[in-house]
Design a protein around this ligand. Structure first.
Ligand SMILES: Cc1cc2nc3c(=O)[nH]c(=O)nc-3n(C[C@H](O)[C@H](O)[C@H](O)COP(=O)(O)O)c2cc1C
Length: 188
């Protein structure tokens, strides 16, 4: 069987982002049979319906094509004011517009890292709500919430918290299993 293709989407643009570090840790923990590519949402302008009417900007079109081609998505979200970052919401808003809403039916895994003690719990539950509207199917468990991220990554971006690392590995394994279940369910 061919590899499951996963598109990783990070909701923080800053160079030293703990969420980007977490996504890179995930790349190294992907199980056999899973390949994770990373989306680039850094050039997206704020959503504007007038612009969309003229056609998706090239960076958005690329993102939409990558989502369509992916078997599953891995969202790595920061928490901004108890929600997902504007950058992530903006990218989802752009990609979600018709025709052919590309998120429809996608298996999804969610994880995140924050400076606070709840490790993006509130943002993740808001992201799950967005998944309902766009008909994505998130893995329920394990929940990967990395609190006080400033204490859990070293200067090279390695995750020093073995428990969190184990949870990321489990999350990817669950995503793989869930993706195969959904694929089988859709087989003719
Ligand atoms: C606009 C803004 C809002 C934030 N709100 C929260 C919050 O609600 N909860 C929290 O735990 N941390 C919050 N933080 C702190 C972030 O968790 C912290 O900056 C984190 O490192 C951001 O993720 P990143 O490292 O991937 O950029 C906020 C940071 C910013 C810039």
């Amino acid at each position: 069987m061919s590899d499951i293709k996963v598109l990783g989407i990070c909701g923080s643009l800053r160079k030293g982002s703990f969420n980007r570090m977490a996504l890179h840790v995930a790349l190294g923990l992907a199980p056999a049979g899973m390949k994770i590519d990373v989306a680039d949402i850094s050039a997206f302008q704020p959503y504007n319906e007038d612009v969309r009417q003229e056609g998706f900007p090239p960076a958005v079109q690329t993102f939409r094509d990558q989502i369509t081609a992916a078997d599953a998505l891995l969202f790595v979200t920061p928490e901004y004011n108890y929600s997902v970052s504007g950058v992530l919401k903006n990218a989802i808003d752009w990609a979600s517009r018709p025709p052919n809403q590309p998120f429809d039916g996608k298996p999804v895994a969610i994880m995140g890292a924050s400076g606070g003690v709840l490790g993006t719990a509130r943002a993740q539950y808001q992201l799950r709500q967005i998944c309902v509207f766009l008909n994505m199917f998130p893995v329920n468990k394990p929940e990967v919430m990395i609190p006080q991220a400033q204490n859990r990554f070293d200067a090279e971006g390695n995750l020093t918290d073995e428990t969190a690392k184990g949870l990321i590995k489990q999350l990817l394994e669950s995503l793989q299993a869930w993706t195969l279940v959904l694929k089988r369910g859709r087989a003719p």
